[in-house]
Design a protein around this ligand. Structure first.
Ligand code: AMP
Ligand code: MG
Length: 521
């Protein structure tokens, strides 16, 4: 197995001078060198062939002892020196100080013809940033990360990727619901892949410590290597960088709202500087459309990170990034001007995204009304978001209102909930919708084709991940393989997978792991 290694991050940025692996505050350093803990009996559960290809690894490599040893943290690949990142963050709106990679260890950067990628193990043991935790990850959360990161990629949502999922062979103690019932679970390790793992919190760390030297070093490094098209110098360079992060973050959120993804822990340490989804913890997928929903039980009281609040929180997080970059710019006005564009741009992009979901090629401003009344209706009774939008493409221009309505009827969890007022609401909405699609020039089949490219048929429903985890816990990975393959083509009709195009079963409604998840992973 040959990796084309590169070490820009560790060559150009300051390291912690202490290499002893004990929890501590680390000053004036972007990272600490640390070795993964040797797993007692590592085994490969699954690898993503496509991610392997992106780092020039073959199918054969995936089965090699070298691959197993490197990506389980058993041996250190020659010429590399693993390290954990130092960063800070705001958690649930509160300043949390230094956090850092408590259980993630960067192995190396690798280069292919077009880009640099960083390889990072998650769950490979404690680091100087582990604080009181153990540095490990359990199988259930590792399956959730591996499957979802790849599923998101194939849904065209910007994301970190996942190369591999391994068992460590060790046991890890976890109190899943934080209710005093700790139990041993199988330990696992995922190898995540991204251009870098630099987050908003990486900048917050130095800004909070008034360490402007390292703040500048890190920002210059980030721009030089990851935003190389920004050629200007001085204050303008930092503003261009901030503007781009604002735009890519916004773009990512619009995608989340399009597919019904709820991140669950949008803390600033979980916001990638690349505008890609990072850190798959207690995330979830909207089953019934409910803007107030969050899967994260830790957030059940205030629901700060609920579906409908994700754009607002992204902006809040961008404010924290702006504050951190301020010392390099020393002028709040241009930063505020960029932040002010967020809400306006979001409205525009959200409208455009929803128009695409509804199959409108002609973009009309009045569509806002149609979209608002739709999202209000969707909230009235439990209505499956994925099924609703996917089946909506079956409506045709000459449909009666009733036929159109019947196309999406499968999306209702309980038809008995549809009282007269709600039925009237749907009647009025479909009346508007059928008039609206008749204003479109493209044919029914063209519209369907376009809608089916933005309204997925298959997403990683919360209960599907849980079924897969239950099997994997018993050593059966058939379902994991099946779901992984299916989620590679989420927009395609897959007749053999029809059973996964279905509403959440009743047993999963309030089950831990399905609709309720904790941060304990
Ligand atoms: P998260 O909510 O997963 O983003 O984690 C927040 C912080 O806690 C990060 O600094 C993580 O590295 C750290 N952390 C989470 N779980 C563990 C663990 N099991 N061991 C060590 N650090 C952890
Ligand atoms: Mg995190």
């Amino acid at each position: 197995m040959k990796l084309h290694i590169q070490n820009n991050f560790t060559t150009e940025l300051p390291a912690d001078s202490n290499e002893i692996n004990v929890p501590r505050q680390v000053h004036q350093a972007c990272y600490s060198y640390v070795l993964p803990k040797k797993p007692s009996n590592p085994s490969l559960i699954h690898a993503s062939t496509e991610v392997a290809n992106a780092i020039s690894l073959s199918q054969e490599d995936l089965l090699s002892a070298d691959f197993l040893n490197t990506f389980s943290g058993s041996t250190v690949y020659s010429g590399t020196k693993p390290y954990a990142l130092n960063y800070a963050g705001h958690q649930f709106g509160n300043w949390a100080g230094q956090l850092g990679d408590g259980r993630a260890i960067n192995l190396t950067e690798v280069v292919n013809e077009i880009k640099t990628l960083t390889l990072q193990l998650k769950g490979a043991g404690p680091t100087p940033y582990s604080r009181t935790a153990d540095g490990f990850a359990v199988l259930r959360s590792s399956i959730r990360e591996h499957l979802c990161a790849e599923a998101m990629h194939y849904l065209d949502v910007p994301t970190t990727r996942s190369l591999s999922l391994m068992l460590s062979g060790d046991q890890v103690l976890r109190d899943v619901m934080y209710n005093g019932n700790p139990a041993y679970e199988k330990g696992a390790i995922v190898c995540r892949v991204a251009p870098s793992f630099i987050r908003f919190g990486s900048f917050e760390l130095f800004a909070s410590r008034q360490d402007h030297v390292n703040l500048k070093l890190l920002t210059d490094f980030t721009i030089k290597h990851h935003f190389p098209h920004i050629k200007i110098e001085g204050v303008e360079k930092y503003l261009a960088f901030f503007q781009e992060v604002t735009q890519t973050t916004l773009n990512m959120i619009v995608h989340w709202q399009r597919v019904g993804f709820v991140h669950g822990v949008m803390n600033t340490d979980n916001m990638s500087i690349h505008g890609i989804t990072i850190d798959y913890g207690p995330y979830g997928w909207l089953e019934d459309y409910n803007s107030g929903w969050t899967p994260n039980t830790t957030d059940s009281q205030h629901k700060r990170y609920r579906f409908g609040n994700q754009p607002e929180i992204a902006l809040w997080n961008l404010y924290q990034l702006a504050n951190s970059l301020y010392p390099l710019i020393e002028d709040a006005k241009p930063l505020e001007a960029i932040l002010d564009t967020f809400s306006i741009d979001y409205e525009k992009q959200y409208l455009n995204m929803m128009q695409n979901k509804l199959g409108f090629q002609i973009k009309k401003e009045q569509d806002v009304v149609l979209i608002q009344s739709l999202t209000q209706l969707l909230e009235k009774v439990e209505t499956d978001m994925t099924i609703f939008f996917r089946n909506l493409s079956n409506v045709t221009k000459n449909n009666t209102i009733l036929t159109a309505f019947n196309s999406i009827k499968d999306a209702f969890y309980n038809e008995k909930d549809l009282d007269e007022t709600i039925l009237k609401g749907w009647h009025d909405w479909f009346e508007m919708y059928t008039i609206r699609i008749n204003e479109e020039a493209h044919s029914n089949s063209e519209r369907k084709e376009q809608m089916d490219q933005v309204n997925p048929k298959y997403v990683l429903r919360n209960y599907m991940a849980q079924l897969c985890i239950d099997d994997a816990d018993k050593g059966d990975y058939a379902l994991l393989n099946e779901l992984f393959e299916m989620l590679k083509n989420p927009y395609d009709e897959q007749p053999n997978s029809q059973k996964w195009f279905a509403k959440r079963p009743d047993w999963a409604r309030d089950k831990v792991g399905c609709s309720m998840l904790s941060c304990s992973s």
